[in-house]
Design a protein around this ligand. Structure first.
Ligand code: AQP
Length: 341
């Protein structure tokens, strides 16, 4: 390999599979906003084709698509500086996804822990789409020759699989066509855990609403959820070593650090020795301070869905101008006849 260089380009997405959580905000959106200020071209996507890998009521899918777009806009994604769109409006995602289904190996898919977690004991009853999800995600990223993929810790394995697909494609066809994208996982709250069980991640589709903070929760609900969050009887330790084997305590400290743009060490320097009766109300107050302006703007946008639709359509047109030539080159490399061009 001679080491072709690719312009720094970020791609990331969120599934419209329910109300957004604090995990989506801290693990993804907050950093996406920051990356707009850095030396990248930034492309952010509402990945609706991924959402339907599990059942979505049509009205809910429609609303969630607007909600995810509204959350990104309200959090500071600038639709001029970034390309913001929903995946199904750029058909090249599905087309490259199919080609990558023919590159990825079944054995690779069998190692994906997210499928195992989501499918549980019912793997046979899951959709084929849920199983193939990582190869569509690889297509999302590589369709733009993206070099950096900011994700939460839970998505790291899928970005690694994307690299495997890029490498196999390049090797099989003797080209240096696809880049090896890097996962960007940095910050204190890259794996926000369930408030009721510190061994599970906070998810949109988790069973109980009490296990997550939704971006649209009001101040009272946020305070109530943190108050009822599971903890242990010990006070907060004065250093991070004291959080070992205390997953629930560590989670709340990391959430605080993520919201305050600081480190768990700094949080413990302030709260070490304090009990939960002190820390939980401080955490709730901070969460409300950060989330309330975002949820107010989200509500305003959700009351103007036509405005969101216009922005998504424009974003899709911009995305397609990058995606289409890359898809066409992929077809050419593979030997397809494309005489309609
Ligand atoms: N708990 C989390 N902590 C940190 N980051 C998280 N992300 C999701 N949950 C957490 C990050 O958010 C981005 C978008 O994720 P997604 O919605 O496309 O898929 P997901 O990871 O499957 O999210 P959910 O909430 O768990 O959705 P459901 O319940 O519908 O499957 C990704 O960057 C992800 O890392």
């Amino acid at each position: 390999m001679s080491g072709r260089t690719f312009a720094p380009r970020v791609f990331s997405g969120i599934k419209p599979s329910g109300g957004l959580t604090l995990g989506n905000y801290l693990g993804a959106i907050k950093r996406w906003v920051a990356m707009q200020e850095e030396d990248y071209e930034t492309i952010y996507c509402v990945v609706d084709l991924h959402a339907v890998t599990v059942w979505q009521d049509p009205a809910d899918l429609h609303r969630s698509t607007h909600e995810v777009a509204a959350a990104m806009l309200a959090s500071g994604i600038d639709p001029e500086r970034s390309i913001l769109f929903n995946q199904s409006q750029v058909p090249a995602h599905a087309e490259l996804g199919w080609l990558f289904n023919c590159v990825a190996r079944v054995g690779w898919m069998n190692r994906m822990t997210q499928f195992k977690e989501k499918a549980g004991k019912n793997a046979e009853k899951q959709s084929l789409g849920l199983y193939a999800y990582p190869s569509l995600m690889a297509a999302d990223i590589l369709l733009y020759h993206a070099t950096h993929v900011p994700v939460g810790e839970d998505q790291k394995q899928h970005v690694e699989l994307t690299r495997d697909i890029a490498q196999k494609f390049n090797h099989d066809y003797g080209v240096e066509f696809f880049p090896m994208p890097e996962p960007v996982i940095e910050g204190p709250a890259m794996r926000v855990m369930n408030l009721r069980d510190g061994s599970k991640k906070m998810s949109k589709s988790g069973e109980s609403d009490m296990e997550r903070i939704n971006m649209l929760d009001d101040a009272d609900t946020i305070a109530k959820k943190f108050k009822k969050a599971r903890t242990d009887p010990e006070p907060l330790p004065s250093d991070v070593a004291g959080l070992a084997d205390r997953p629930e305590a560590r989670n709340l400290v990391e959430i605080y650090a993520g919201l305050a743009d600081t480190t768990p060490e700094a949080v413990l320097a302030e709260f070490g020795g304090a009990g939960w009766g002190t820390f939980k109300p401080a955490l709730a107050e901070l969460a409300v301070e950060k989330l309330a302006p975002i949820s107010t703007e989200m509500q305003r946008l959700l009351d103007a869905p036509d405005e969101i639709d216009r922005l998504l359509a424009r974003g899709a047109e911009r995305a397609e101008t990058i995606a289409k030539p890359i898809l066409e080159q992929t077809f050419d490399i593979m030997g397809f006849v494309r005489s309609r061009r």
